[in-house]
Write a protein that binds this ligand. Structure first.
Ligand SMILES: [Zn+2]
Length: 47
């Protein structure tokens, strides 16, 4: 049997904010890349 529908998490795709995570310090940037980390200044790549 298949369930009629699984509840989906609403409020944002994880990929939306994952790309904002600074690769250097792990903090979340305030805006989508390309931008730079407000904490350490590392550049965030959009890709
Ligand atoms: Zn950083």
């Amino acid at each position: 049997m298949t369930e009629p529908g699984e509840p989906e998490d609403e409020g944002g795709d994880p990929a939306c904010w994952l790309r904002r995570v600074c690769p250097a310090c792990g903090r979340l940037a305030e805006e989508d890349p390309p931008t730079s980390c407000a904490a350490c200044g590392a550049e965030l790549d959009p890709g």
